[in-house]
Design a binder for this molecule. Structure first.
Ligand SMILES: [Zn+2]
Length: 729
């Protein structure tokens, strides 16, 4: 089947002039297009149709239009019409950027009929929370939408390839305008709006659903507007993550994918004091690429806090290589003032994209070849509030400092809204940890969205991981059980499937028995200190010793296991303080294994992934890897290597090749990474049923010697700098 241009490998960029477009008036536009292709190695460029800069200029256009006001200073000069022929000459698809979320106060004042997003008390959002310090925003359900659609139509009339919408954003605490009220009452049959974030209110969950649907409806109509001018026009926007931030901004990736060409979201580098996973881009890219539309990860080629400083070469290389390894397309923005003094390093930092441009056959029409699936459950994001009272105890940080240990006072947070906050924290850490535990263990994972849980999609997967996927439908539970009875393996964590898809307690006796749980007796008090679990190494493949005392998971349920389940680890009785002896082994298991039909179920009653996010301990990684080995048919992982955890491994395939992406984040022990430390003579064993014709390391252009034994392909890579791509033909 012939692929459309946007279904082929796409490398996008945006040059950012921050509202001052005078550069174009004297620039050599042909040279700009040539530079885009030859030095930035891109094939799709965003160009501003409406600027995204202070003081909120989304109503101004950079092209000549009888319908919209022009950005001042451009005179008759039409940026898009002038640049388009040059872009075409160099094979660059032009996709203008349309800002649809940031307007000046003045524009809003002159157009009260467009309706700003309103807070509960009727205050316009931008008055209370000025956008980027200055400006406001309109409601997707108000008459502004017609203005927005007309800008889209007018942009597509320029004969460009499509457009990107930056926003609209349904901001947290919004929207309570008259249009939203009317629509909400009609669609929900309710008679009042809930206070924002009030999980006690009966209208709250319907309101969350309404916000998601408002978004999807806007995008549907925006796409129709673009297609009315050009049926081939591409349209997409920014949004959709796998954590609870999506709930606040109402993004719904599976609902939106029907109406856009790319599933895109941003993973910008932000300078921070706290720990930052080196694999955030990879994880987001996998999530975005899981659907039917190609993914794209938006990266700023900048330090973010200082936009006029480009990313270091190691950081830029990680962002770009993690993006393509996940199956997504690259995108970056460069702030042009950065180019005045740092052009050379900015170009060099992006060098790796030359490799992508010259080897498109390795990035075309690929799919994940991971044998492990990971569920990112949106229903759980929207519905999860644990009913285990003990989880809401104040446990402090667990830190001991200046002779004081912060272990909390044990008081229980009783309000539903506080309990939701705690549940969100568990869930977000569990999800991020599930990705990163896999990365640090070199286990490639394929992301499943809720709607992917089907017999057909699961049949190719060896192991299905539920990282506290608490809110599952009856149908999903049925499909998962059938998958296991037919020979699949399941790794279920904590409260997976304990609630229905709306978040109500599910009371599923059959499911609990299936997991190996006879009874749930409660939960331990959360603890970030001095509580332990005992690992039975003889039952946990890959462990160093028979009995290992390891830090307990931060959260832990007290369950009584079924008679037919094997106990792999147990929690110790609570110690309850520092510098005190252990109090013996409890009756409550931490990990159990059960045979079910032709398959196996490993159930972990602790939040292993949340704990990995919080503490980054190898003991927890070892438990995870051991669970994965236990569930594997031959006790081996899909990929085994002697590389450190800082090397991420992803495996994809297309008609011709199996592609093993190796991303080396080994650096100088800080972020942003200043320098990558190359890995030498790294051994790999990859489960591979066929006999390969050749195995080569494409970046270093080396043919690799390989051995094929018992279904595994074994080879050594002499050197891995920042990125290597092993091509198995
Ligand atoms: Zn509204």
């Amino acid at each position: 089947m012939e692929l459309a241009w946007w279904q082929k490998p796409i490398r996008m960029m945006r040059r950012d002039f921050l509202g001052d477009f005078s550069y174009y008036l004297t620039a050599d536009l042909g040279a700009m297009a040539r530079e885009a292709k030859e030095r930035w190695h891109i094939n799709c460029e965003w160009i501003m149709a409406t600027p995204g800069c202070a003081p909120g200029t989304a109503h101004l256009v950079t092209f000549n239009s009888r319908k919209f006001d022009k950005v001042p200073g451009l005179g008759d000069f039409d940026i898009i019409r002038s640049y388009l022929p040059h872009a075409k000459k160099y094979g660059i698809h032009l996709v203008p950027y349309i800002n649809q979320h940031w307007y000046s106060y003045e524009f809003a004042k002159n157009h009260p009929e467009y309706t700003q997003q309103l807070l509960e008390d009727g205050t316009p959002y931008g008055e209370k929370y000025p956008l980027y310090g200055n400006g406001t925003t309109f409601c997707v359900n108000g008459p502004w939408r017609e203005f927005a659609f007309e800008i889209i139509r007018e942009t597509i009339r320029l004969e460009v390839d499509g457009c990107f919408l930056d926003g609209p954003v349904i901001f947290p605490k919004c929207c309570y305008c008259e249009h939203c009220r009317t629509l909400f009452y009609e669609s929900s049959a309710l008679k009042e709006m809930p206070p924002f974030g009030d999980w006690n209110h009966k209208a709250w969950k319907p309101f969350l659903k309404f916000r998601r649907e408002s978004w999807v409806r806007f995008l549907k109509d925006a796409q129709a507007a673009a297609r009315a001018v050009n049926p081939e026009a591409v349209i997409f926007l920014n949004g959709g993550r796998f954590d609870t931030y999506s709930v606040k901004t109402a993004r719904d990736i599976s609902g939106m994918e029907k109406y856009q060409n790319f599933s895109g979201a941003e993973e910008f580098y932000h300078v921070t004091e706290s720990y930052k996973s080196p694999f955030d881009t990879l994880n987001l890219g996998r999530f975005l690429s899981a659907g039917e539309k190609p993914g794209v990860v938006f990266t700023h080629h900048t330090l973010s806090s200082w936009h006029k400083v480009p990313l270091s070469k190691p950081e830029m290389t990680l962002a770009m290589t993690e993006t393509v390894a996940s199956g997504a397309n690259t995108w970056f923005a460069i702030f042009m003032e950065a180019m005045e003094s740092r052009a050379k390093e900015a170009f060099e930092a992006n060098d790796i994209q030359k490799f992508f441009a010259e080897h498109e056959e390795f990035y075309t029409a690929t799919e994940s070849a991971a044998e492990t699936a990971l569920l990112t459950s949106a229903d759980t994001l929207y519905g999860y509030i644990s009913e285990r009272r003990e989880l809401f105890a104040d446990a402090g940080s667990g830190k001991e400092e200046n002779l004081v240990a912060d272990i909390g006072d044990g008081s229980i947070r009783e309000s539903l809204n506080e309990r939701r906050t705690v549940s969100e924290s568990i869930l977000d850490k569990e999800l991020h940890g599930a990705f990163d535990a896999a990365n640090f263990s070199h286990i490639p994972v394929r992301v499943f969205w809720d709607n992917h849980v089907s017999t057909d999609k699961l049949k190719d997967m060896a192991i299905f991981v539920l990282p506290n996927s608490a809110c599952l439908s009856d149908k999903q539970v049925e499909v998962i059980m059938e998958y296991v009875y037919n020979g699949g393996s399941l790794a279920a964590f904590f409260e997976s499937g304990f609630y229905d898809e709306t978040g109500r307690s599910a009371k599923r006796t059959e499911w609990l028995e299936f997991l190996g749980i006879e009874k749930i007796k409660g939960a331990f008090r959360p603890a970030a200190y001095e509580e332990y679990m005992l690992l039975y190494g003889d039952n946990l493949p890959g462990m160093r010793r028979d009995r290992i005392l390891a830090p307990r998971t931060y959260n832990a349920l007290k369950i009584i296991p079924g008679k037919d389940s094997k106990i792999l680890a147990r929690f110790l009785n609570e110690i309850g303080g520092y510098y005190a002896k252990t109090q013996g082994v409890s009756e409550f298991p931490a990990v159990i294994l059960s045979e079910r039909g032709k398959g196996k179920v490993a159930y972990c009653s602790g939040t292993l992934f949340e704990s990995f996010t919080k503490f980054h301990l190898d003991d927890h990684l070892d438990v995870y890897k051991s669970i994965m080995r236990t569930l594997s048919a031959d006790s081996r992982l899909q990929i085994e290597t002697d590389a450190p955890g800082s090397l991420a491994v992803e495996i994809r395939r297309n008609e011709k090749y199996t592609l093993v992406h190796l991303i080396n984040t080994t650096g100088d022990m800080k972020r942003p990474i200043g320098r990558i430390v190359p890995l030498k003579n790294v051994y790999f064993s990859v489960r591979f049923p066929k006999k390969p014709r050749s195995v080569r390391a494409a970046v270093s252009r080396t043919e690799l010697e390989f051995e094929k034994t018992n279904g595994y392909l074994k080879f050594k890579v002499p050197e891995i700098a920042a990125y290597e791509l092993v091509v198995i033909e």
